[in-house]
Design a protein around this ligand. Structure first.
Ligand code: TMP
Length: 213
């Protein structure tokens, strides 16, 4: 098979409030998928390319505490446009499985529910940047926002988002749960309140169910 006739890969995103254990569990999932014989690209948003990582630095830096929410929104989509076109789509077209730590659902949750930007504005930018591209599956690591934020703060220095009041994160958790309900075929919820072993047992089950791993 040559590259042009390669079967398309899968696009899987991971979401959740800060401290829900995404990073650790994505690595666990990546190992499982690699063991299943698939080539993977592990990436994140905002970020995933040199330019998008530079935009990420602007977004999370506490040097810009008063960044306008529309600037924040546009920077998220600027980073996404670069990432999608230069990393994600080429990888999927080459048959690789892309595992992305956050994607556009995070924009609906953080900039939409958190910051109060109307959803139709986000949807317009989503169409502009992505067309109809969406993840095939999204794993939501669901956790009480206060527990998650506590875990994130224990890890060390906080970023610009982690400075927000708990109300902001409660809205984000609720929005993620609403998104999961409204797009059930795409979403899988992992209950992240348990110890690592128990969380990974849930993950094993989901990987068997949906990805035959
Ligand atoms: P991370 O800590 O999961 O790497 O994400 C960095 C921060 O960026 C996190 O607080 C969530 C936020 N974020 C948004 O506000 N909107 C988005 O679209 C994305 C992808 C992330």
């Amino acid at each position: 098979m040559n590259a042009s006739s390669a079967e398309k890969g899968l696009f899987i995103s991971f979401e959740g409030v800060e401290g829900a254990g995404k990073t650790t569990n994505i690595e666990y999932i990546a190992d499982k998928i690699a063991q299943g014989g698939h080539e993977i690209v592990l990436t994140r948003e905002p970020g995933g390319t040199k330019l998008s990582e530079a935009i990420r630095e602007l977004l999370i830096s506490k040097e810009y505490p008063e960044m306008h929410i529309k600037t924040e929104l546009l920077l998220m989509f600027a980073a996404r446009s670069e990432h999608l076109n230069t990393v994600i789509l080429p990888a999927i077209n080459a048959g690789k499985w892309v595992l992305c730590d956050r994607f556009t659902d995070a924009t609906y949750a953080y900039q939409g529910a958190g910051r109060g930007i109307p959803e139709d504005i986000i949807a317009t930018l989503e169409t502009l940047v992505q067309g109809s591209v969406k993840p095939d599956y999204t794993f939501l690591f669901d956790l009480d926002a206060e527990i998650g934020l506590g875990r994130a703060k224990n890890r060390g220095e906080t970023d610009r988002f982690e400075q927000q009041h708990i109300d902001f994160f409660n809205k984000i958790r609720d929005k993620y749960l609403e998104l999961a309900k409204s797009d059930e075929p795409r979403y899988r919820i992992v209950n992240a309140q348990y110890d690592l072993d128990t969380v990974q047992k849930q993950i094993d089950q989901l990987l068997t169910d949906i990805l035959d791993l």
